[in-house]
Design a protein around this ligand. Structure first.
Ligand SMILES: [Mg+2]
Ligand SMILES: [Zn+2]
Length: 193
């Protein structure tokens, strides 16, 4: 039977929003992220990261840095007893760089390609799933596939809530201080279960 997922944005949600992470030294997990992912694991949801990394298309850093960073992310989480079921990355940009990274792809959030791939590969029930992120576009991603969207106030979240949420066609399904609070409230609500 298909399983619901909590899709987590990376920068500003799991890790500090620092602009482009063009060196491993700029990648820092928030202090609550290990606890949040462990709670997702124990709650019976798939834990999946979905992230746009157009810095590769822009030529700011090599694609290999993404893989190295995500290996370090996994090992840090695993040291704390937390596990990611998948990490899905869009490396594209529609108008800068060179092919194959310069592409009008179907996977740059809020387009649904990353979620559709996860749905197929991890047998996910999108209708019972959530996307947690610090941008309204992360919520739009959720709504584009019939999932629900939680906005966190970390990263760009406070500004998005103040200046972009009012113009959004739909209010956030949940607003939380950070990823841990979002996951706790999703679990407590029996949402998706
Ligand atoms: Mg973000
Ligand atoms: Zn893409």
């Amino acid at each position: 039977m298909a399983t619901p997922a909590i899709f987590m944005d990376r920068d500003g949600t799991l890790s500090w929003e620092v602009g482009y992470v063009n060196h491993a030294s700029r990648f820092h997990l928030y202090s609550w992220s290990v606890d949040a992912v462990r709670l997702v694991n124990r709650g019976g949801f798939r834990a999946v990261v979905v992230t746009n990394q157009a810095g590769v298309a822009r030529g700011y850093f090599p694609g290999s840095l993404i893989g190295e960073g995500h290996a370090a992310l996994r090992s840090t989480l695993e040291a704390g007893g937390a596990r990611l079921d998948g990490i899905y990355v869009c490396l594209h940009h529609s108008s800068v760089g060179e092919p194959p990274y310069r592409a009008d792809c179907d996977c740059r959030k809020p387009r649904p390609g990353l979620l559709r791939r996860a749905e197929a590969e991890l047998d996910i029930d999108l209708g019972r799933s959530w996307v947690v992120g610090d941008r309204i576009s992360d919520l739009q991603l959720a709504w584009n596939v019939g999932a629900r969207g939680a906005l966190v106030k970390s990263g760009y979240g406070r500004g998005e809530l103040a200046y972009h949420a009012p113009a959004s066609p739909r209010p956030p399904d949940l607003v939380a201080e950070n990823l841990l609070e979002a996951v706790e409230r999703i679990m407590a609500g029996g949402a998706g279960g």
